[in-house]
Design a protein around this ligand. Structure first.
Ligand SMILES: NC(=O)c1ccc[n+]([C@@H]2O[C@H](COP(=O)([O-])OP(=O)(O)OC[C@H]3O[C@@H](n4cnc5c(N)ncnc54)[C@H](OP(=O)(O)O)[C@@H]3O)[C@@H](O)[C@H]2O)c1
Length: 271
């Protein structure tokens, strides 16, 4: 039964940014793809483009992943379509920025639903199958923000801290099996992330400071290179790696206060 199934790489959040760059790169490497996001039109165009350019199979599921039971809907769809998810890229994620009490609580809870609950549920379903086959790959997209509490991005950074801790634990649990698990932590990347999280251009400038942006293609290249070298964790960008390693020299409380002071006049202006 299993033999007749087609192996696919499932990428969440594939309609733009880092997810789309993963789709393009993996299609060029002849992966058959199952792409997931809300924007049906974008997914449709991308699948057609990848099929034509790379002679692979590319299909999609258009779904809001904060829908109740979204993981079950996707899992049942892959069963119905006779697909084996051999590689799972948990990329879909959203953020926000602002003084926590000024933010929309429902949207903050949606961040937790997408970045944590959905990622956990989808991983559970497909890791279970990978363990039965004793093969598979999972790439979880974390963030540089996962390494310390981040004032004015409090929920987003905490959600990525979950992704980091969860992924590192799964790496260790799955050591005896032929399952590759990678935590890919991008720094600032030129995508629609800021617009998607309803952040203004000024919010983006404040958060970025002097830090330069990578392209989504650079992030994906570094992630896939790390995977080929059997690494289990990578922060993309040499300057980002340096920043994080310097951060280890100081307690989180100190780093949080430095960041809060830097961002306060923008996010908490005196009334
Ligand atoms: N850009 C950065 O600076 C940066 C830095 C560190 C980490 N990251 C992480 O990188 C990952 C990818 O983000 P990106 O930078 O590529 O941002 P992006 O360009 O905004 O892409 C986000 C993707 O997720 C999808 N998505 C968002 N909400 C969704 C929902 N409710 N249901 C289904 N799909 C949803 C979007 O598609 P639809 O709108 O079509 O649904 C889109 O394809 C995220 O996990 C993010 O946290 C980004």
């Amino acid at each position: 039964m299993e033999l007749s199934k087609m192996k696919v790489t499932l990428i969440t959040g594939a309609s733009g940014g880092i997810g789309k760059a993963f789709a393009r790169k993996l299609a060029a490497e002849k992966h058959n793809l199952l792409l997931v996001a809300r924007s049906r039109g974008k997914l449709d165009v991308l699948c057609k483009e990848l099929i034509e350019e790379h002679h692979i199979t590319a299909q999609y599921i258009a779904l809001d992943l904060i829908t109740k039971d979204a993981d079950q809907i996707i899992f049942e769809e892959t069963e119905k379509r006779d697909l084996t998810v051999d590689c799972l890229v948990n990329n879909a994620g959203v953020g926000s920025a602002g003084d926590f009490i000024d933010l929309d609580l429902h949207k903050e809870l949606d961040i937790i639903s997408l970045n944590i609950s959905f990622l956990t549920s989808l991983t559970f379903r497909y890791l279970k199958q990978m363990r039965e086959r004793n093969s598979g790959t999972i790439i979880n997209i974390g963030s540089m923000a996962s390494f310390q509490p981040t004032p004015f991005q409090a929920v987003y950074a905490a959600s990525k801290a979950f992704v980091r801790s969860f992924t590192e634990a799964l790496v260790a649990e799955n050591k005896p099996f032929k399952i590759n698990i990678l935590l890919l932590c991008p720094g600032l990347t030129e995508t629609n992330f800021f617009q998607g999280g309803e952040m203004s251009i000024q919010d983006k400038k404040t958060l970025a400071g002097n830090i330069s942006f990578q392209s989504p293609e650079e992030v994906v290249e570094e992630g896939l290179t790390a995977l080929r070298k059997h690494k289990t964790s990578i922060i993309s960008g040499s300057k980002n790696r340096l920043l994080i390693s310097m951060g280890y020299l100081f307690p989180n409380s100190m780093l949080s206060n430095i960041m809060a002071n830097k961002f306060r006049s923008h996010f908490q202006p005196k009334k």
